[in-house]
Design a protein around this ligand. Structure first.
Ligand code: SAH
Length: 368
């Protein structure tokens, strides 16, 4: 029989159904989830309380492999970027970002991306395929296996490669597994889904799936936004903000509005004023992200004074506004720098094609 079911793809009801499918009792589902998510065990043979017959049945009917680590780089600031290889040889990146008492993992939701934002490195090569829920959850199980005992991945952000809401069904399933008590038990406030603005998909999010939502706005006029983010031609700013305003937000929650500052494009005080007007009726905070340069696009980083002035204007109008620290920039792990060429199946026996050394690159690579 083909072992086609991947157990990381299944939430509790799915796993219960899987066991019932071959005459096993549904409580096996919780046992397996406990091994997987509480103890990080992915070898059926080590799941000792299942009994031998059940373990053998599992071996025949199911898979439980994690993505493989094809390379790892560690930044001077402690950020770790993993290049992971999926079952079919496709590759995506995931980043572990330690910060005081938090450990945030940034996960990918697609191989490549179809959204083609002009400033983003991931979009430069188009979409290759969606990740399955199991491949998304697998990145976190893998990340979790790398942290020292006693510590854990506390936050997950869907801000790696891909547009999560363009892979809605699998992202919703992954969200359910990551947030459930029987899964990784990460509360929804610590699970952030970031979107470039697929307004229709925001509307279609199931009512019980309430991640923190971050929205990459990145411009204050439709003219500029359509130029740098083609998605805006389908869902212009007014529609997008309207959908956000109409959506019920749980108490004490607010949206994160991400705004990549591109030097000379969207970083003027005029933009800051327009942004204040646009956001006036939205419960939100603002994350300013100074553009991180990379070879695939020709934008310029904003002048530090412009960033400061932009932030001060928003703060003055009462918006919580932070300038996102660029973590892992030396290893191209920062926002919008996740790999185009890394995503291709391996073409070189060790690492696959890679960046030319980047200034300050202190890459440590595995598997080479
Ligand atoms: N597709 C989703 C998830 C990716 S999140 C989204 O667009 O929200 C990646 C974030 O990094 C987005 O806010 C994006 O606008 C930003 N970004 C992309 N390229 C960047 C770059 N070169 N420098 C800084 N931020 C960038």
């Amino acid at each position: 029989m083909m072992a086609s079911v991947h157990l990381l793809d299944l939430d509790l009801p799915g796993l219960e159904g899987f066991f019932q499918g071959f005459g096993e009792r549904p409580f096996r589902a919780r046992q397996v989830m406990h091994w997987l998510y509480k103890r990080g065990v992915t070898d059926f043979e080590a799941m000792t309380d299942l009994g031998r017959a059940v373990r053998q049945e599992l071996g025949r009917r199911a898979r439980l492999d994690l993505p493989a680590i094809a390379a790892e780089q560690v930044s001077v600031d402690g950020t770790r970027k993993l290049l992971v290889e999926l079952g079919d040889g496709e590759r995506v990146e995931t980043v572990l970002i330690p910060d005081e008492d938090r450990l945030t993992q940034c996960v990918s939701s697609q191989v490549g991306c179809a959204m083609a934002c002009a400033f983003c490195r991931t979009g430069a090569s188009g979409l290759r395929r969606n990740l399955t829920a199991g491949e998304i959850v697998g990145q976190v199980v893998l990340g979790q296996s790398l942290v020292p005992p006693g510590s854990r991945v506390t936050n997950v952000v869907f801000m790696g490669m891909g547009e999560p809401l363009h892979n809605l069904e699998n992202v919703v399933r992954a969200f359910r597994i990551l947030s459930s008590d029987d899964g990784l038990n990460i509360t929804r406030r610590r699970l952030t889904v970031s979107t470039c603005g697929l307004a229709d998909a925001v509307r279609r999010l199931p009512a019980d799936v309430l991640p923190s939502l971050a929205v990459s706005l990145n411009a204050t006029t439709d003219e500029v936004r359509s130029r740098i983010m083609p998605v805006n031609r389908r869902h212009p700013i007014a529609e997008l903000l309207g959908v956000l305003r109409d959506r019920p937000l749980p108490p004490r929650c607010r949206y994160t509005i991400e705004y990549v500052l591109l030097g000379g494009v969207n970083d003027s005080l005029e933009d800051a004023r327009r942004l204040v007007r646009l956001l006036s009726k939205l419960r939100c905070k603002v994350n300013l992200i100074p553009y991180n340069p990379h070879r695939e696009s020709a934008f310029a980083a904003p002048e530090p004074e412009r960033v400061e002035a932009f932030q001060q204007h928003l703060l003055g109008k009462g918006f919580t506004t932070v300038v996102r620290k660029s973590r892992g920039q030396d290893i191209l792990a920062a926002c919008g720098q996740l790999g185009a060429e890394e995503a291709r199946p391996r073409s070189c026996p060790s690492m696959g094609p890679r960046d030319t050394p980047h200034p300050g690159d202190n890459a440590r690579r595995l598997g080479g």
